[in-house]
Design a protein around this ligand. Structure first.
Ligand SMILES: Cc1cc2nc3c(=O)[nH]c(=O)nc-3n(C[C@H](O)[C@H](O)[C@H](O)COP(=O)(O)OP(=O)(O)OC[C@H]3O[C@@H](n4cnc5c(N)ncnc54)[C@H](O)[C@@H]3O)c2cc1C
Length: 456
C-alpha cells in the first residue's frame, strides 16, 4: 500500500470519527473536516455542579462486535458503565396511570396494560403465515396487521416516539424496522421471528448487548477517537461545499473560519447528515439534492434536576414512554440518575424529558420555561413530582433524527448510484446505515474498509 494516500473525511460526528480512526489504523493519512466548532455531532455531554447532562443520546447498546472491539481498542473498557439492573423495567402510560411494560410474552398475558381482546390478538399472531408484500408499508399498517390497534397505540407508537421521535403512520417498515420486515417473510409471525432470533443468539453463545455509557458520559467516545488522530488532522469550523474530480482524485472545497480552502485527496469518505449531502456540489451538480426531503423533526431534551424528596416515584426503571393517544405534552421521560451512576449530586434525582418529534414538532422550539409549564402537570400526575426543578438544561435539536419514512429507498438508491458514478467517494452515516449511535459507529468503521479496499 502507498502510505502517502490521503483521504478526506467529511463530518466529525461518531460516523466520521470512527471512519477517520479506522483509516488511520489502516495506514492512511486523514484530514477530517467538521463544520461546527466541536467534534461529536449529536453526542454532547456537559458536566456542571455535580449534574451530568447528555444533550443528545443518553445510552447505547452495542450489538455489533466491531463496536465492542472498538471500545477495547480505544482502551475504554475501564470507563464503560453498564445501565443499572433496575433500568430493565420500562414503564408506559395508560389511562393516566404509569404501568410496567411486560418484558416477555408470558408477562404480556399477565399485564393489565392490555385488554383481553388485545392479548388474544397477540396469541393469534403466532399463527401468521409467511408473506411477501408487493410493496413497503407503514409501520402502523404492519403492526395493525400483526398485532392490532391496541398494541400499536400503547406499545409500538410510544416505543417509536422514544427511538425515532417519529410517526408510525409515515415510517417505512422495510427501512426503519428491517428485522420485522424480514421476520414476516421468513417466519410469517413476527413473534416467532423474535423467538427464533433469540434461540440462534443462545446457540451461538451471544448474550444480548448491555445498555452502556461512560463514567464521564457519551462524549468520552468521540473524544477518545479524536485523541488518536495526529495533530492537525481534525479541522473544525470547516464546512465542506464541493467535490471536484481531478483525474482519479478529488479536490475538496471547504470554508474554514470564513476563508475558502481546497485540497486534493485520493478518496473522500462522507459522514455528512442529509442536509449537508443535499447541498454538496459534486462534480458541478447536486446529485443528492433530493435528500433534503428526508424529514428531521425537531426534538428538545429537557434535563431536570430535583431534590430526591421532590420525586415520590421509586424511579426504578429506564423511564416512562407516553403513548400519543394519552394526549400529553411529552414523548417520554428518562430516569437519568437511575440509569447510570454520577448523573446527579447526592440526594438528588435527574430526569430527562423529551418533547417534539413528528407528532408534536411545535413543542420543541419553545423556551425551557414554557416546556416546563406544559410538562410539569404530566410529571406531577405520573411521578408525583412536587415543585420546580433545582436545575434545568434545555438542549434543542432543530433537526434531530432522520426519518426512514415510506419512500426512503429512493434516497438510499441515490446514495448508491452517486457512489457508483463517482469512484473514490463513499457515503456513510445516520441517513444510510441506521440511526442508533452504534449503527453509525459501525457504518464509519465499514466505510473506512471500503475506501481502503478501493485504494489498495
Ligand atoms: C436528541 C437525540 C437523542 C438520541 N438518543 C440516542 C440514544 O439514546 N441512543 C442511540 O444509540 N442513539 C441516539 N440518537 C442518535 C445518534 O446519536 C445519532 O444518530 C448519531 O450520533 C449520528 O452520528 P453521525 O456522525 O452519523 O451524525 P452527526 O452526529 O449528525 O454528525 C454529523 C456531523 O457533520 C457535520 N457537518 C454537517 N454538514 C457539514 C459540512 N457541510 N461540512 C463539514 N461538516 C458538516 C455536523 O456539524 C456534525 O458534526 C439520538 C440523537 C438525538 C439527536
Amino acid at each position: 500500500m502507498n502510505p502517502s494516500l490521503t483521504i478526506a473525511v467529511l463530518g466529525g460526528g461518531i460516523t466520521g470519527l470512527a471512519a477517520a480512526h479506522r483509516l488511520s489504523t489502516l495506514g492512511h493519512g486523514v484530514v477530517l473536516l467538521e463544520a461546527s466548532p466541536r467534534i461529536g455531532g449529536a453526542i454532547r455531554t456537559e458536566i456542571t455542579d455535580g449534574w451530568l447532562i447528555e444533550a443528545g443520546p443518553n445510552s447505547f447498546q452495542p450489538t455489533q462486535a466491531e463496536v465492542t472491539d472498538l471500545l477495547t481498542e480505544l482502551g475504554l473498557a475501564g470507563e464503560t458503565v453498564a445501565a443499572s439492573p433496575e433500568a430493565k423495567n420500562r414503564f408506559l402510560v395508560r389511562g393516566g396511570e404509569v404501568i410496567a411494560a411486560p418484558l416477555s410474552p408470558p408477562a404480556l398475558f399477565g399485564s393489565r396494560l392490555f385488554s383481553f381482546g388485545a392479548k388474544l390478538r397477540v396469541l393469534a399472531e403466532i399463527f401468521a403465515r409467511r408473506r411477501q408484500r408487493p410493496a413497503d408499508v407503514s409501520v402502523a399498517e404492519f403492526v395493525r396487521d400483526h398485532l392490532g390497534s391496541e398494541l400499536l397505540d400503547y406499545a409500538v407508537q410510544p416505543l417509536i416516539g422514544g427511538i425515532y421521535a417519529g410517526d408510525p403512520a409515515q415510517l417505512s417498515t422495510q427501512h426503519a424496522f428491517p428485522t420485522l420486515w424480514e421476520s414476516e417473510r421468513t417466519h410469517g409471525s413476527i413473534i416467532r421471528g423474535q423467538i427464533a432470533a433469540a434461540k440462534t443468539r443462545r446457540k451461538e453463545g451471544r448474550k444480548p448487548a448491555a445498555l452502556i455509557s461512560f463514567r464521564r458520559g457519551l462524549q468520552t467516545l468521540p473524544e477518545a477517537l479524536a485523541a488518536r488522530q495526529s495533530a492537525g488532522a481534525i479541522r473544525v469550523n470547516a464546512r465542506v461545499d464541493s467535490l471536484t474530480a481531478q483525474g482519479k482524485r478529488w479536490n475538496v472545497g471547504w470554508t474554514e473560519d470564513g476563508t475558502p480552502r481546497n485540497q486534493t485527496f485520493d478518496a473522500v469518505v462522507s459522514a455528512l447528515p442529509a442536509a449537508g449531502l443535499a447541498r454538496l456540489r459534486l462534480a458541478g451538480g447536486t446529485p443528492l439534492a433530493g435528500l433534503d426531503a428526508v424529514p428531521h423533526p425537531p426534538v428538545t431534551s429537557l434535563f431536570l434536576g430535583y431534590r430526591r424528596a421532590q420525586v415520590p416515584h421509586a424511579l426504578d426503571g429506564f423511564g416512562v414512554l407516553v403513548p400519543a393517544v394519552e394526549k400529553r405534552s411529552m414523548l417520554g421521560v428518562l430516569f437519568s440518575s437511575t440509569l447510570f451512576p454520577g448523573r446527579a449530586p447526592e440526594g438528588h434525582a435527574a430526569l430527562t424529558v423529551m418533547v417534539g418529534g413528528s407528532l408534536h414538532p411545535e413543542l420543541a422550539p419553545m423556551p425551557a420555561s414554557e416546556i416546563l409549564a406544559r410538562v410539569a402537570p404530566d410529571l406531577k400526575d405520573l411521578l408525583g413530582v412536587e415543585g420546580p426543578p433545582v436545575f434545568t438544561r434545555r438542549n434543542f435539536w432543530p433537526r434531530a433524527i432522520p426519518q426512514y419514512n415510506l419512500g426512503h429507498g429512493a434516497h438510499l438508491e441515490a446514495l448508491a448510484a452517486t457512489e457508483r458514478s463517482h469512484p473514490g467517494i463513499f457515503f456513510a452515516g445516520q441517513v444510510r446505515d441506521g440511526i442508533a449511535l452504534p449503527a453509525c459507529a459501525q457504518s464509519g468503521l465499514r466505510v473506512a474498509v471500503r475506501a481502503h479496499t478501493f485504494l489498495t
